[in-house]
Unconditional design. Structure first.
Lengths: 108, 118
């Protein structure tokens, strides 16, 4: 099974900062990688799919990159609404999906 | 716009069973792959199960294999999760999700809470 390792687990930042979260797959998943934003009490929200495709309606300050085993999520100018937990997910095969452990973005 | 609504959560004793339901509305076509994802208290997201468009293909996470069964009724726009032999570590919020982006979950329900405790 494919394991997903996300770092850091916690990130302290300020409004206006540029931040990057990294996700590493234990084997090649091409670009079958998604990023989600999750806030307490709510449903997760898809931000990026196929590693770099911005989901409709998601602000352009979010961007994704990478392929193979190394991926990144970047928020170019952190906004107050962006403080949340972010998860990567691999979907290389329908027989087994995996989420990363999550990155909590908190206010510095 | 597709919306998903889960139901069926609740309190159940260890070893017991529970059946979760997820109804989709606002559809124009049969939903693609559907899934269940859960989040235990203080933990991250965990993929639970997938079911293909016609229901013939089903897959499960290792922690639920042999205990949970995913199914669907396309005529009712519904997906189900039958959970048997429940354990304390199954306590979680269970989300229904649509894999509309070739597997990436583009639509999620609000979740239903399952608590396994005596």
């Amino acid at each position: 099974d494919i394991q997903m390792t996300q770092s850091p687990s916690t990130l302290s930042a300020s409004v206006g900062d540029r931040i990057t979260i990294t996700c590493r797959a234990s084997q090649n998943i091409n670009t079958w990688l998604a990023w989600y934003q999750h806030k307490p009490g709510g449903a997760p929200k898809l931000l990026i799919h196929k590693a770099s495709n911005l989901e409709s309606g998601v602000p352009s300050r979010f961007s994704g990159g990478g392929s193979g085993t190394e991926f990144t999520l970047t928020i170019s100018c952190l906004q107050p609404d962006d403080f949340a937990t972010y998860y990567c997910q691999q979907y290389n095969t329908y027989s087994h999906f995996t989420f990363g452990g999550g990155t909590k973005v908190e206010m510095k | 716009e597709v919306q998903l609504v889960e139901s069926g959560g609740g309190l159940v004793q260890p070893g017991g069973s529970l059946r979760l339901s997820c109804v989709a509305s606002g559809l124009t076509t049969t939903t693609p792959w559907m899934s269940w994802v859960r989040q235990a208290p203080g933990k991250g997201l965990e993929w639970v199960a997938n079911i293909g468009q016609d229901g013939s293909a089903t897959y499960y996470g290792d922690s639920v294999k042999g205990r949970f069964t995913i199914s669907r009724d396309n005529a009712q726009n519904s997906v189900y999760l039958q959970m048997d032999y429940l354990r304390g570590d199954d306590t979680a919020v269970f989300y229904c999700a649509q894999g509309g982006r070739a597997g990436a979950f583009d639509v999620w329900g609000q979740g239903t809470v399952v608590t396994v405790s005596s």
